[in-house]
Design a protein. Structure first.
Length: 252
């Protein structure tokens, strides 16, 4: 028996277990977190653990759980299952994701994220002369995402604003649901709206390097929408022969 090979291997295996089985709270103390990120009580190990709550600039993510996948180490990757919140609590954030990081970069698959819209709006700091209120849930479903330059190598997914409503002077306006297909176009994130929403949004948006974006498309608010919506269209421009308003935006 070759003890010269067995002993170093045993020591290496022991050190690996020592690392992954150490308390997660101890490891997180070594990580320099941004000032806007705050962690609640931490339990478990690096292998499998939980943070009771994570605050991101005041936005709280409840019950953040993770579990490492040991087989991924054999492929030169670090992979984990991530769970946030509970799916039944529709007024709180929820996520279920499969993440990995290896030689090819960051990857995400079979993942879902749900965020209530109402607390997100104040964080967006929209450049509007009036306050905007909205409700509903943002739902993000990712079948496959792999990191590339500037953003992606592969992306297949869908984003939806469910039970979409926003507040006008006359009251709440129901937009039903707005769905967007997500894909990767030459490394850029591409968003394409699906038809069937009350605004008749037909938009394609590209997000490129350093967050630069361009958006092109049309919209034609349904006749059933309140007059405030139709009056606001005068700031968009003049409609074409079919009553559609052209949308064209581009970052500087």
């Amino acid at each position: 028996m070759n003890y010269k090979k067995i002993i170093p291997a045993a020591i290496g295996l022991y050190l690996v277990f020592l690392v992954v089985l150490a308390p997660a709270a101890w490891w997180l103390k070594l990580v320099p977190l941004p000032a806007q990120v705050q962690l609640g009580p931490v339990t478990g190990t690096l292998w499998q653990g939980q943070v009771q709550a994570v605050s991101l600039n005041g936005y709280v993510l409840p019950q953040v759980n993770w579990q490492l996948k040991p087989w991924a180490f054999l492929m030169g990757k670090v992979a984990l299952d991530l769970d946030i919140g509970q799916i039944r609590q529709t007024t709180s954030p929820y996520a279920k994701a499969q993440l990995s990081y290896g030689f090819s970069g960051f990857e995400l698959e079979s993942s879902q994220l749900r965020l209530p819209v109402e607390p997100i709006i104040p964080l967006l700091k929209l450049p509007l002369p009036f306050q905007v209120a909205a409700s509903g849930n943002m739902l993000l479903n990712i079948q496959k995402f792999s990191m590339g330059k500037p953003w992606c190598e592969q992306l297949s997914g869908k984003a939806s604003w469910l039970e979409a409503k926003f507040q006008a002077p006359s009251g709440w306006i129901d937009l039903k649901a707005i769905d967007v297909n997500l894909s990767c176009e030459q490394g850029q994130l591409q968003l394409v709206t699906e038809p069937g929403n009350p605004l008749a949004l037909n938009v394609t948006a590209l997000i490129g390097e350093q967050g630069k974006y361009q958006l092109n498309g049309t919209m034609k608010p349904d006749a059933s929408l309140p007059k405030e919506v139709h009056q606001a269209m005068q700031f968009v421009g003049q409609p074409d022969a079919e009553g559609r308003f052209t949308l064209k935006l581009q970052s500087r």
